[in-house]
Write a protein that binds this ligand. Structure first.
Ligand code: SF4
Ligand code: SF4
Length: 185
């Protein structure tokens, strides 16, 4: 397990920025570890979620943004539910992921590619389109699909339709993506 490197450069503005973007008061965290104890990703994380919270508190930007845990996080919100101080820890993780992308510190490109592929199908159809996600992911990473052997069964059971089903209100979903892109620029 990695420990936090306290000798790394500190950026006092970083904590304020994370608080602003996540809407959370990070000074409330007293490092009880409840979030880490319930996190289903803990055993594969290179830095635990409570360590990440501490890194943000201390302004250790690189420690908070440069890790694989942000990309292995399942966004399940168990950490938020378990926090005795009502910190929405999952929202902090989401904020850090966005910051890591903005600042070029993504530590797991294939997972990021999967996210992009998934979000692109949501943007254009209003919902997930499995075959599209698969093709997009393979094109972005130049990798084969790890579970290709289950494709015939999924196709047979119509779990991966060839034609995407587009929801009513697709334009409204697309507008959410547009607003987000405008906010970032
Ligand atoms: S949201 Fe992420 S960090 Fe929080 S408990 Fe779930 S997997 Fe762990
Ligand atoms: S559960 Fe809340 S208070 Fe405890 S370490 Fe996690 S974020 Fe901090």
């Amino acid at each position: 397990m990695n420990t936090i490197r306290l000798d790394k450069a500190r950026d006092p503005a970083f904590k304020r920025q994370v608080e602003k973007e996540s809407g959370q008061n990070l000074s409330l965290c007293y490092q009880c570890g409840n979030c880490t104890a319930g996190c289903p990703g803990a055993q594969v994380y290179d830095r635990q979620v409570s360590q990440i919270m501490r890194a943000v508190q201390l302004g250790l930007k690189e420690e908070a943004l440069k890790n694989r845990s942000l990309w292995l996080c399942l966004s399940c919100s168990t950490c938020s539910a378990r926090c005795p101080n009502d910190i929405d820890v999952a929202a902090v993780m989401e904020t850090l992921r966005m910051m890591a992308r903005r600042e070029g510190w993504v530590q797991d490109r294939p997972i990021e590619s999967f996210w992009k592929a998934f979000l692109d199908t949501v943007k254009y159809t209003g919902r997930s389109y499995e075959l599209g996600v698969m093709a997009d992911y393979m094109a972005r990473t130049l990798r084969g699909w790890g579970n290709l052997e289950i494709a015939p069964m999924a196709l047979r059971k119509n779990k991966m339709p060839f034609v995407p089903s587009v929801i009513h209100g697709r334009e409204e979903v697309a507008r959410i993506f547009k607003r987000y892109a405008e906010k970032r620029s």
